[in-house]
Design a protein. Structure first.
Length: 228
């Protein structure tokens, strides 16, 4: 059994990125270390700090998920995590459940379970997030995560082919033994179409789920409701 995607509560990452962007552009525009992030943007938006900032603000306002924006956000977040200005807030059930599931992989209980993450955020950003959580006593959870997937190495999260690609990366586990968790019904639909099992997580702050969605998918409010 393998589990992918653990939705998180709203956090300060995105506001932090917007807040940190102007100073970063002013101080690092010509820095060779920053060049790959700057040059990944379309030329018309990478022509000046002002043009890039305006484009980033527009993309984030429209919630556009595109690789070069995610990479830049990861760069900005890395500085925030390093300074302690950012910590990734997890729902209270996440860390204990991930720990208990992965203890199985260590042979402490019968079933062997691997936990993986599939997010629209870049793999680099995912690793930063799980390295700097608000979990008391163990903020770094990266040692519990077996693999990471994003829209670059897997594909769009609403397409079944993306989930087939993820499963193919771990051919030792039949696709029917994968369990995909998400707070978006379209993603669960795609995972099921690829042959995976799927559960819909209903979390505080989510849009209200329709009765049609509730009839179609099993809905849980906590990872503690999942019996593996």
């Amino acid at each position: 059994m393998l589990t992918t995607t653990l939705p998180l509560p709203p956090n300060k990452q995105f506001p932090y990125a917007l807040k940190a962007l102007p100073a970063t552009l002013a101080n690092e525009w010509s820095n060779p270390a920053f060049a790959p992030y700057r040059d990944a943007f379309p030329p018309e938006h990478a022509a000046s700090p002002e043009a890039l900032a305006a484009h980033v603000q527009d993309l984030m306002r429209r919630d556009v998920k595109i690789a070069y924006l995610k990479s830049l956000q990861g760069y900005l977040w890395e500085a925030g995590y390093a300074s302690g200005a950012l910590r990734a807030p997890l729902f209270p059930d996440v860390a204990p459940r991930v720990l208990s599931w992965t203890q199985a992989a260590a042979g402490k209980i019968e079933k062997k379970i691997r936990v993986m993450i599939y997010s629209s955020g870049s793999v680099a950003a995912q690793k930063l997030l799980f390295r700097h959580t608000n979990t008391s006593g163990r903020p770094d959870l990266t040692g519990l995560i077996s693999d990471y997937f994003d829209t670059v190495n897997a594909g769009p999260k609403t397409e079944a082919a993306s989930y087939a690609k993820i499963a193919a990366r771990h051919p030792d586990v039949p696709v029917a033994e994968w369990l995909f968790l998400s707070d978006l019904a379209r993603e669960v639909d795609a995972a099921k179409e690829a042959g995976m099992q799927g559960l819909l997580l209903e979390r505080p702050g989510n849009a209200e789920l329709s009765e049609e969605v509730r009839r179609k998918h099993r809905v849980v409010k906590s990872l503690d409701e999942i019996v593996i």
